[in-house]
Design a binder for this molecule. Structure first.
Ligand code: DC
Length: 240
């Protein structure tokens, strides 16, 4: 099915899946290629988690955590890096891009993400990313909750072992210290929390295309999702 681009809302592609499934890298690459907006919704939860730690708020203090989420002073920007343009994320005017990728931020994000009021506080901020010419949104509930009318929903999976290995290599290349076994334990704990929470659990939308990336390279996944996007959206037909 090709989606008619004359519909009033800008088109959305959602890419959901567990941590390390490749959704962030693929989503970002395709957004650059299409010149569409990109939403890294996990970064918003990580920012709330970091804010909780910075302000020494207890993980059980839902009211204060919700307040922090509602008033999050965060900005997403692009800067010239060593390998061309790169995204940076500012929290209260500080560049926290690298800090956000640490396992402690990931774990804090997964904990604050369990609270319904925190998720509601971030909802409109996420929907505001749906601007012309289109949006690629990556996360856990993009296709089920935040953009239920998205024209293409993709759900990426991969075994926990493979995802841990990918995360390990990613952190190592950035000079962030971690051990493979600790990452695997964290990933399994996070998967468990994300899949079994009551609100917006990590599940594919009924109309999502499920792609197991265990045996695929990032380029393979990118090409596969590109093919799906071209089939769905006429305006992307000529993208290389
Ligand atoms: O994608 P990520 O690893 O940056 O996400 C960090 C955590 O944030 C993840 O464990 C669960 C939470 N999250 C969520 O609950 N909903 C989203 N849409 C994105 C992330």
């Amino acid at each position: 099915m090709t989606v008619n681009s004359s519909k009033s809302m800008p088109p959305v592609i959602t890419i959901d899946g567990p941590g390390g499934s490749g959704k962030g890298t693929v989503g970002q690459r395709l957004a650059w290629k299409f010149k569409w907006e990109f939403l890294d919704s996990g970064a918003l939860y990580r920012l709330v988690g970091l804010s909780v730690m910075n302000h020494s708020v207890e993980m059980t203090d839902v009211a204060r955590i919700t307040e922090l989420a509602r008033n999050l002073d965060a900005q997403f920007a692009v800067r010239d890096g060593e390998q061309g343009e790169e995204w940076i994320i500012l929290l209260e005017d500080q560049d926290v891009s690298d800090q956000l990728r640490t396992e402690s931020c990931a774990s804090a994000a997964s904990q604050v993400a369990q609270y319904d009021s925190v998720r509601s506080a971030l909802l409109e901020r996420q929907r505001a990313f749906q601007v012309p010419p289109g949006l690629i949104a990556d996360g856990r509930d993009m296709g089920t909750v935040v953009f239920p009318d998205a024209g293409l929903k993709v759900f990426l999976t991969a075994s926990a072992d493979i995802r841990a290995e990918r995360r390990y290599k990613q952190l190592k290349s950035k000079g962030i210290g971690a051990t493979l076994s600790a990452i695997l334990t964290d990933i399994q704990a996070r998967d468990d929390r994300d899949r079994n929470r009551v609100v917006a659990p990590l599940v594919p939308a009924d109309d999502a295309v499920i792609v197991d990336t265990s045996e695929m390279s990032v380029n393979d996944v990118e090409n596969h999702v590109l093919k799906l996007a071209k089939q769905r959206f006429r305006q992307l037909e000529n993208i290389g």
